[in-house]
Design a protein around this ligand. Structure first.
Ligand code: AMP
Length: 536
């Protein structure tokens, strides 16, 4: 019951189609550039994407897919995936982006749990799809690019037979589901996150604002973060809303291909996880001046902590700013962004770098607080607590009622991330709750140690995990990958850490490895490392 006076504003529904209408009417000529499997470049426009998205909507409905049905994608970042981003939600379908890096068993579980009726798959990924196709509920397999084998449908033929003018836009309620994504499931089974139209539109608006990612028409945006992971951080929708040129790298994510694309398309903003940019920075340092990255002003880095050495390396040696962002699948996904506040305008460079290594302040409408053992923690920059968030882009539940204990009784989502909060609302992620190391009753942040280790010139990557210890309960162990052709001893690395940490924080053991196992979303796989280096 409404207690006040009803406002006289329109009940305009915030839908993904509204974003597309805007892109089509205002930015029809805006470019969408896709890397092709053979390395060549395909160019299209938001105008053409809109027409083809409607064709896709018509075609899927002809196949019997109805409002509320799940349509999966199994593909890299390219124009056809963008068409699905718009075409599936356009008729009320739910776009379910499957992570191509997951194991077949996990994919079978996720596709079945979601009830995916159709899948749109890259031809190059057909072998990977075959590994779980029979265990998934797909009634239709639609193949993008390349040959469509017997029993599948060629995407281009499907679209050619569809009449976009026959599309009748349903009157969608903004609270209806538009897309779906599963959490990485490092603990327990993956959980389904269901995004409403309203959530995706508000997320698009909030990440596009100037103090967030500042996605304007003049920008050229290259999401390295895959479109199968958390909506590619909302960048495809934000670029379309703004009319910014979108550059999609498909599966070519090696440093050489990315550098070539960043330079040739005059990209201004790129975004992805630290591991991608650690490799890119190494390549740039090894061959400075080969690629003209003069247009590139910002790298949005998140998904796991961006080491200060990475942030400073790009800024000092290449004049490229790193914007540190924190997010989660459950937050659509961007939660906070480390844009330096105006209050630090006159601060020293060192202080500003210190700020930029933190995860920053929440984007519009995301509210945060953190809970310690004795209740909510003060915003004093030193108390540790588990971060809780709420807002219109935050999940209210998982599908099928899974993981109900991640939601508090008073309506907040418990993130599982341990943070400190500064007086101005800036958060610093200390660890995942389960990755924190408890030594002699005191907490040690694995993230802080990793960041410091990756600041050593000989270190390419470093992960720190807890190992059981009879006396202290747990002790930190560091796994280090050295840069090609450089050496460092465990004692040298410990001496490097001693400058910034109390002695009891220093890892007792430093193990050198050729590589650190990664999750399907490019993060250090701490569970695997703990198993690998389990001590009796
Ligand atoms: P996902 O849902 O797969 O995107 O994973 C979300 C988790 O990634 C968060 O709960 C954090 O633990 C971690 N994460 C994301 N961004 C950052 C960041 N900038 N710094 C540290 N951890 C991060």
């Amino acid at each position: 019951m409404l207690a006040g006076v009803l406002g006289l504003t329109m009940d305009y529904q915030l839908t993904v189609s509204a974003l597309l209408r805007r892109a089509e009417t205002l930015h029809a000529a805006g470019e969408v550039v896709s890397r092709q499997p053979d390395g060549s470049i395909a160019r299209t426009t938001y105008g053409a994407v809109a027409v083809r998205a409607r064709k896709l909507a018509v075609a899927l409905q002809h196949l019997g897919i109805a409002r509320g049905d799940r349509v999966a994608t199994f593909g890299w970042n390219h124009g056809e995936h963008l068409e699905a981003y718009f075409g599936v939600p356009a008729f009320g379908g739910v776009l379910h982006t499957l992570n191509v890096r997951l194991h077949a068993d996990e994919l079978a579980y996720i596709a079945t749990h979601a009830g995916d009726r159709a899948v749109i798959v890259d031809a190059a990924l057909l072998p990977a799809l075959e590994a779980f196709r029979k265990r998934a509920p797909f009634e239709h397999v639609i193949v993008v690019g390349g040959e469509a084998p017997a029993g599948t449908i060629a995407y281009e033929e499907l679209l050619a037979a569809a009449d976009d003018t026959a599309f009748v836009e349903p009157e969608l309620d903004e609270r209806e589901a538009a897309a779906c994504c599963y959490t990485s499931g490092t603990t327990g089974a993956p959980k389904g996150v269901l995004y409403s139209h309203r959530c995706l539109v508000l997320h698009t608006l909030s990440v596009a604002t100037v103090d967030s990612l500042a996605i304007a028409e003049r920008e050229v945006v290259l999401p390295v973060v895959p479109m199968f992971h958390a909506n590619a951080w909302g960048l495809p929708y934000a670029a379309a809303m703004a009319g910014a040129k979108l550059v999609l790298p498909a599966a070519r994510l090696d440093p050489a291909s990315l550098l070539e694309l960043l330079a040739s398309e005059r990209v201004t903003i790129s975004a992805g996880v630290p591991t991608v940019y650690l490799a890119l920075l190494q390549a740039l340092d090894a061959a400075p001046g080969v690629h003209d990255l003069g247009a590139l002003h910002t790298l949005v880095i998140g998904g796991s902590a961006a080491p200060p050495a990475l942030i400073e390396g790009f800024q000092r040696r290449h004049g490229i700013a790193v914007l540190h962002a924190w997010g989660m699948t459950e937050l659509s996904p961007i939660g906070t962004i480390g844009r330096v506040p105006a209050a630090l305008a006159g601060a020293s460079e060192a202080e500003r770098f210190r700020y930029r290594a933190r995860q920053g302040r929440p984007v519009p409408f995301v509210e945060l607080r953190a809970r310690g053992d004795d209740g909510l923690i003060p915003w004093d920059g030193s108390a540790y607590g588990e971060l809780e968030v709420r807002g219109p882009t935050v999940s209210s539940a998982y599908t099928s009622g899974d993981g109900a204990d991640n939601f508090t009784v008073d309506g907040w989502f418990s993130t599982g991330d341990i943070v400190t909060i500064d007086p101005d609302g800036t958060i610093e992620i200390q660890d995942r709750a389960k990755d924190l190391i408890k030594s002699g009753g005191e907490w040690i942040s694995s993230v802080a140690l990793e960041n410091a280790l990756m600041g050593h010139p000989a270190v390419a990557e470093a992960a720190v995990v807890a190992v059981a210890d009879e006396r202290w309960g747990e002790r930190p162990l560091a796994v280090v990958v050295l840069r090609n052709g450089v050496t460092a001893t465990a004692d040298e690395l410990r001496a490097h850490l001693e400058a910034g940490f109390a002695r009891w924080w220093l890892p007792d053991e430093v193990v050198f490895a050729d590589a650190i196992p990664k999750t399907a979303t490019g993060k250090f796989k701490k569970t695997a490392l703990r198993d690998l280096y389990r001590r009796p």
